[in-house]
Write a protein that binds this ligand. Structure first.
Ligand code: DAT
Length: 179
């Protein structure tokens, strides 16, 4: 488990990232509830506040405008206590986060979850390749210190519960050492 960093925040900012279908939104919601963090699902924020450059018809998604997202989030990250959920992680400022959780899941699990979400075949395949090639885990390692990265398996409900417990334990440990 990563040790709390020497951050000026009294409550940590946490990023939960991973390929779509690995369970980020579910885990982030549970962590935010259990630990009393404020949840930001970046995908929703992008839609609500138009932080994109239009719609990508081929992949049924918005073209991400990284600068707009960072500008919009800067103020909310300043006070700490945020739980952020997004499927890519390299464009956020490194200083924002005290813990970066990368969720990982098996090919079958990701496939089933995205299929039941109604994703088109090309979008399912792109995301499966992303998970198999460990794209998000590599991006996290390139963007954040190894000490703050927690890579967790999210195949089963039991995994999910264990993961939430570990993340909440980190938050509590961080708070007691940053009083
Ligand atoms: P993401 O936000 O990474 O796209 P999600 O949280 O929306 O993923 O989860 C996708 C679906 O899979 C959703 O129906 C909940 C389910 N799920 C997520 N993590 C799971 C796990 N560890 N075990 C079983 N089901 C899980």
């Amino acid at each position: 488990t990563p040790l709390p960093t020497s951050s000026p925040r009294s409550s940590p900012n946490i990023l939960i990232t991973g390929t779509p279908g690995t369970g980020k939104t579910t885990a982030a919601g549970m962590v935010a509830d259990a630990a009393g963090l404020e949840l930001v699902t970046v995908g929703d924020l992008i839609k609500q506040r138009n932080l994109h450059d239009g719609y990508n018809e081929e992949f049924d998604t918005y073209w991400l405008n990284e600068d707009k997202v960072v500008d919009e989030m800067e103020e909310m990250m300043a006070g700490g206590g945020m739980c952020i959920d997004f499927h890519t992680c390299g464009f956020f400022p490194e200083r924002w986060f005290d813990l970066v959780v990368v969720l990982r899941a098996g090919t079958q699990q990701v496939y089933d979850r995205l299929k039941s979400r109604g994703y088109k075949q090309n979008k399912i395949e792109e995301n499966l390749d992303c998970e198999i090639m460990q794209v998000v885990a590599d991006e996290a390692r390139e963007s954040y210190k190894a000490e703050i990265i927690m890579e967790l398996t999210s195949n089963t409900i039991e995994d999910m519960e264990d993961n939430v417990e570990k993340i909440v334990a980190f938050v509590n440990g961080f708070r007691s050492s940053h009083k």
